[in-house]
Design a protein around this ligand. Sequence first.
Ligand code: SF4
Ligand code: SF4
Length: 303
Amino acid sequence: MSLQERTGTILDIKRYAIHDGPGIRTTVFLKGCPLSCEWCHNPESQRARPEILYYEERCTLCGACVSACKQGALDIVDDRLQLDQSLCIGCGDCVPVCPNGARELTGRQMNVEQVVSEIVKDTLFYEESGGGVTFSGGEPLMQADFVRAVAARCVELDIHTALDTSGFAPEAELMKVADVIDLFLYDIKTLDDAAHIAYTGVSNRSILRNLRSIDEMGKRIWIRYPLVPGVNDVERSLMDLIALVTSLKSVERVNVLPYHRAGAGKYARLGREYNFSRTEEPSGEEAASYIAERIDLPVRIGG
Ligand code: SF4
Ligand code: SF4
């Protein structure tokens, strides 16, 4: 297979993004994430395979999707349509047969040239605004070979590249993309490893190791701090973040991303529980001011 024929699982491609790095950008969302952050507002990005969003309010229980599913993953039980996730392969056969648009497939295979051809549509905007392309997710490093192939084409075309990452990946995967990424948007959730494991399902050790590696390489880094009440909004957490940032040499700014509930409804559409429905949505101003008073870098809310 040639590099251009390599395929990736894409959740979405959003044009005219203004919160995923400098300027006007195209954000390529890759599907699949090794973390399972409980507050995630893109839960449909977490599983690596394509999957179905189900709009129960539109469903008339006609049974067409049940008949169309060759895996036997669907059934109507007690007047409710039920999906057995362990049987679903994300083929999408149940989507077009639904007369009410109650089923939507998230995630599709695209090859390198298909993604690049979407990205180049806005080259003019990138040039005028200092923008470019951002690879996001999910966790784009789960598809590092694919990201590398697309990003390398963008570098050839003189398009600025950014990677929005949790940093959770084997170092070898990170290094596959490091030379074709201009800017890292690097998420730090908490420096407390026990809390990190409890809320995201994984340790932060490799995340911090990888961060130091790209810092040593002199790569441009923006730290992104999702501010989540009850998880990382206390003074101790902010002090830990400040200590980390001041120990690095390549960080250019800190972005505080206040928790919001915008993705709550998607959990039900995926047949999953959402544990943060009662969590307040902070403005982020207090935390951003606290950090800004203690580091000599720009601190922004959002983006
Ligand atoms: S996506 Fe495919 S396997 Fe999954 S429920 Fe629909 S038809 Fe069945
Ligand atoms: S085909 Fe659509 S309306 Fe019919 S049971 Fe399936 S989801 Fe419901």
